[in-house]
Design a protein around this ligand. Structure first.
Ligand code: 13P
Length: 251
């Protein structure tokens, strides 16, 4: 996939069924930049219906917030990549810090999840980012490069075409604190360098790198203006149609 402008909303464990449909419909009805790919990540239980909605409009897609590392079988409560694909959903989040922190997902599992997703024709949004203590000890670059390398080195350049990256500094998620445009650009440039070392310059210049962490209508313009920031993965502000549309229109 060539480098694209993308604004994605991770609804996390929020919305009721009517709220989810209303939110998707309101965003799709608004006037938004048609150079931007828009992706909704609703809770799994609403994914089918929200996917039916987005099928009616170009440049709108859905993604699952997680998928199983296993193909199928006796894994109560899990949802497989093939199930996600079978409803017309195109994307899946892998490696979100909340999954790493609260559900102890490790690099081996993340690798298996990406394998499953790619095998079943889903695009992956692979998330990574340092914790506050790591940034304070000046270990943020090392941490991010390790998180990228330990998982992505298992894939080849062709597979990387179906992977989007999302840098989400944990200290900026849901805290109201955002990376400054300078901090974001510095890290995104480092991520592109890391990808270049692993896969070469063509893959590195084509891969889309999103920023996530308290991105909102007030700061999106400055963040999206950074050379290596290709869009955003939005949490809280994606739950308000008006805010999410303003973020999309910040390009
Ligand atoms: P917030 O925008 O609420 O900080 O969340 C970011 C995020 O985790 C998106 O996946």
């Amino acid at each position: 996939m060539n480098r694209k402008k993308i604004v994605a909303g991770n609804w996390k464990m929020n919305t009721s069924f009517p709220e989810a449909i209303k939110l998707a419909k309101e965003i799709m009805a608004a006037q938004t930049n048609d150079e931007v790919i828009k992706i909704f990540f609703p809770p799994h239980i609403f994914l089918h219906e929200v996917t039916e909605q987005v099928k009616q409009k170009t440049l709108f897609f859905t993604g699952a917030q997680n998928c199983s590392e296993f193909e199928k079988g006796a894994y109560t409560g899990e949802i497989s990549a093939t199930m996600i694909n079978s409803i017309g959903c195109k994307y899946v989040l892998v490696g979100h810090s909340e999954r790493r922190l609260y559900f102890n997902e490790n690099a081996h599992q993340l690798k298996s999840k990406i394998e499953q997703a790619l095998k079943h024709n889903l695009h992956v949004v692979f998330c990574f980012g340092e914790q506050l203590s790591e940034r304070k000890s000046n270990l943020h670059v090392e941490t991010v490069n390790r998180q990228l390398t330990e998982v992505l080195e298992n894939f080849n350049g062709e597979q990387l075409n179906n992977i989007i990256l999302a840098y989400e500094p944990v200290w900026a998620i849901g805290t109201g604190e955002t990376a400054s445009p300078q901090q974001a650009q510095e890290m995104h440039a480092n991520v592109r360098d890391c990808i270049e070392k692993l896969f070469g310059s063509s893959i590195a210049s084509n891969i889309s790198i999103l920023y996530g962490g308290s991105c909102n209508p007030a700061n999106a313009k400055e963040l999206f203006a950074c050379k290596d920031v290709d869009g955003g993965l939005i949490g809280g502000a994606s739950l308000k149609a008006d805010d999410f549309c303003k973020i999309i229109n910040s390009f």
